[in-house]
Design a protein around this ligand. Structure first.
Ligand SMILES: [Fe+2]
Ligand SMILES: [Fe+2]
Length: 280
């Protein structure tokens, strides 16, 4: 496995329309709130990722990996900044996103205080697997974003592209400082942590999401729920399409670039053309 991609930190601004925050997806509130609820996890979650990797930065001697770590930190910081603005717009629409965010922040702080640094890095690597397959899924299934508001579509595509671009960075740090799969303890830790991280994520996400739909009157919107079902577990649904890649994690010797979707990175221009022009 010799694919080496050096991520690039891009300082992009997305001119999101605050008035569209709750209904930016063409299928309406229930689908929009699904992604909006995902968005609340990013600013605090990505800060946790940055801290977890930073804990081991000094132990990395490989020059390429060092550069990749710097770019990884830069990318996650930009994601956090842009999702913070995004989350503010959703909150202005009357959704208690900030209270939910505070709860996630508390949980992550407790993890930082009470768990070993190796566990924090393993959790980061596991959650990066989730963001990599979710991002990869979004790029594989562009129809999910068909007809969406351009700004919101651009921020999600950008995030999906950069999660793809840096998907192996935390993983390579983990292999270097904790161990690769020839070390049974390192393998067991990264495997167990994915199960735990996925469980904890959905245990938070599902009640938050249902609350955020209910509070805006979408709970009985059958058409809205049908659209959510289509985009999650339907034939072209994201969860159905990432189930196998999720399980691939447990193959001994797995590496994120075993899912070779480098070709998607060539779509940067095509997916973000207008945003890139504005930033230039
Ligand atoms: Fe990110
Ligand atoms: Fe990431």
């Amino acid at each position: 496995m010799a694919i080496s991609i050096l991520p690039v930190r891009r300082n992009l601004k997305f001119n999101l329309n605050p008035a569209k925050a709750l209904t930016w997806h063409q299928d309406g509130l229930n689908v929009s709130q699904f992604l909006n609820t995902m968005s609340l996890f990013f600013p605090v979650g990505e800060r946790f990722f940055i801290d977890s990797v930073r804990n081991y930065r000094e132990q990395i001697t490989d020059a390429e990996l060092k550069k990749a770590v710097t770019a990884f930190i830069g990318q996650e910081a930009m994601h956090g900044r842009e999702h913070e603005e995004y989350n503010d717009f959703v909150a202005q629409g009357g959704v208690p996103l900030h209270a939910q965010e505070a709860l996630v922040a508390k949980l992550l702080k407790a993890a930082q205080q009470y768990s070993p640094k190796s566990f924090q890095l393993a959790a980061t690597v596991a959650l990066e697997h989730l963001t990599a397959i979710l991002g990869g899924g979004l790029l594989d299934l562009p129809e999910i974003m068909d007809g969406a508001d351009e700004g919101y579509k651009a921020i999600w595509n950008w995030h999906a592209l950069e999660e793809t671009e840096h998907k192996a960075v935390a993983f390579d740090v983990y292999r270097t400082v904790i161990g690769d799969d020839s070390n049974l303890g390192a393998y067991a830790l990264r495997s167990g942590t994915l199960v735990l991280a996925t469980g904890v994520f959905f245990a938070l996400f599902i009640p938050f999401y249902l609350h955020n739909v209910r509070i805006k009157g979408g709970l009985t919107d059958l058409k809205g729920w049908r659209a959510v079902a289509k985009h999650t577990w339907g034939k072209k649904g994201i969860f159905r399409n990432i189930t196998r890649p999720w399980f691939d994690w447990f193959k001994p010797g797995f590496h994120p670039w075993d899912h070779d979707n480098r070709d998607k990175l060539e779509q940067f221009e095509a997916l973000l053309g207008d945003v890139l022009k504005q930033a230039a």
